[in-house]
Design a protein. Sequence first.
Length: 84
Amino acid sequence: MSEQPGPSVPSRSAVEDVPSQTPLFWALEKDRYLRQSWIREIEEQTGRRLVAYVANFNHPQSAIGPDDIPPFPDLLHDIDPQTD
């Protein structure tokens, strides 16, 4: 069984695409900006849209629940189905 590589550090150009903000704001929102960079890189490499659901794993109720379901149609609305 081979190990899957973990997420790479975003490229310098991906990080430079992030709008400028104060150091405090960057520190508070760093995870979100890094996640967005990784998603963009995956989309560029695969040529497909990536939809990611991110849960707060530190919260005891971090699983997908009924309140999480309504936003999914909006996330998928403008994605063209691809048939192979």
